[in-house]
Design a protein around this ligand. Structure first.
Ligand code: MRU
Length: 356
């Protein structure tokens, strides 16, 4: 599968939403068909689809599916939209997408066709945003290479912020894809990203598919690599960035930012403007952190010796586990926020000016 040939989601000829079911990657490319608002809600909850941007897109199309299902009963459509809105708590793109759909519903005389058009518009807009993020981020890569006189560039990333997470080229991975297009010799350190291993399973799969050099590392390796001068830049995506510049992203991001600060490695967050939460004054204290089932920590999935995907338990039976999905990196550790509108400093004055 080549970058750009597929999206993480699309409408089929029947008007149903098809998504790549990310729970089966990298071993199997399975498509899941979503026919109803409830299907969309379940797919977000069980992480068939994940990543802030794609969650938002699936939510928007989920509201369209609700409109199709409940014809012109606006109350039922709105209730379904609110159910989708609460499917996961941290990625603000979900709330942003549904709130926009609700506005469309309120002023619409043809809810089905207006909801469909709005969901398509939002998704297409994300494509343009990620292209711009790619260009701006690749300029930063080139600048650092010039200053450090590098022939090869090493980037560390955490989780998956590629085209599986936000159409069509991702947020954190967009500058990497663009760097490759510009002929830059780029190599990516891919944090495995326990417990669900989005780095090892999804980012590695995307990079391999695109022919980009990469090395999967256990989550706790980044600090050593930075001390050894083997990381030129860290880029991650975000699920919600507060007005003060604090950024929520996959659990473990904060530790990478601390290690980057200690070693003088620039730590960037790449995000589209709809990942800012202008209502949230302080990210560290106010962003809700999703807690997921402890089974995701106890169990691991992988190929067994006979090539069959299996789930195995890796912890003692009876032990308790905690599974916080995200953490918040304080603004002071962030070198810049790479957005489609340029590199924004992580503070209230700069972010406030972006407000819709
Ligand atoms: O729990 P996930 O897999 O949905 O978490 C995804 C991330 O943390 C990504 O880094 C984030 O959504 C940014 S990519 C648009």
């Amino acid at each position: 599968m080549m970058l750009g040939t597929y999206r993480a989601l699309w409408l089929n000829d029947e008007g149903d939403l098809e998504v790549i079911d990310q729970r089966y990657l990298p071993f199997e490319k399975r498509i899941r068909v979503l026919k109803s608002a409830n299907d969309a809600c379940e797919a977000i909850k069980d992480m068939s689809v994940r990543g802030a941007g794609v969650i938002g897109n699936v939510a928007a199309f989920g509201v369209y599916l609700a409109a199709r299902e409940f014809a012109d009963d606006k109350q039922k459509i709105e209730q379904a939209a609110l159910d989708i809105r609460s499917a996961r708590p941290t990625a603000v793109n979900l709330m942003w997408a549904v709130d926009n759909m609700l506005e469309v519903i309120q002023r619409s005389d043809d809810v089905v066709s207006d909801c469909k058009a709005e969901a398509i518009r939002q998704t297409d807009e994300d494509v343009r945003r990620t292209q711009a993020i790619g260009n701006i981020g690749a300029d930063i890569i080139e600048d650092i290479m010039t200053v450090k006189k590098l022939n090869q560039f090493h980037i560390l990333t955490h989780c998956n912020a590629g085209w599986l997470a936000i159409v069509d080229s991702g947020s954190a991975l967009a500058p990497i894809y663009e760097a490759q297009k510009r002929g830059i010799d780029v190599h990516v350190w891919v944090d495995e990203t326990r417990p669900r291993n989005q780095g090892a399973r999804l980012t590695a799969w995307e990079l391999q598919d695109a022919g980009i050099q990469h090395t999967i590392i256990p989550d706790n390796t980044g600090g050593l690599l930075m001390q050894q001068g083997k990381v030129d830049m860290v880029i991650t995506g975000a699920d919600r960035v507060a007005l003060n510049g604090d950024a929520a992203n996959k659990i473990g991001t904060y530790l990478k930012a601390l290690a980057a600060k200690d070693n003088g490695v620039p730590f960037y967050i790449a995000l589209p403007i709809n990942t800012f939460d202008f209502e949230c004054a302080n990210g560290v204290s106010d962003i809700e952190i999703e807690q997921r089932s402890q089974d995701e920590v106890h169990d691991m999935q992988g190929l067994n010796a006979t090539g069959v995907v299996e789930q195995v338990r890796i912890t003692p039976l009876g032990s308790q586990a905690a599974n916080y999905g995200f953490d918040v990196t304080p603004a002071r550790l962030i070198a810049g926020l790479i957005t489609e509108k340029g590199v924004i400093q992580p503070n209230k004055d700069a972010i406030g000016q972006l407000q819709w």
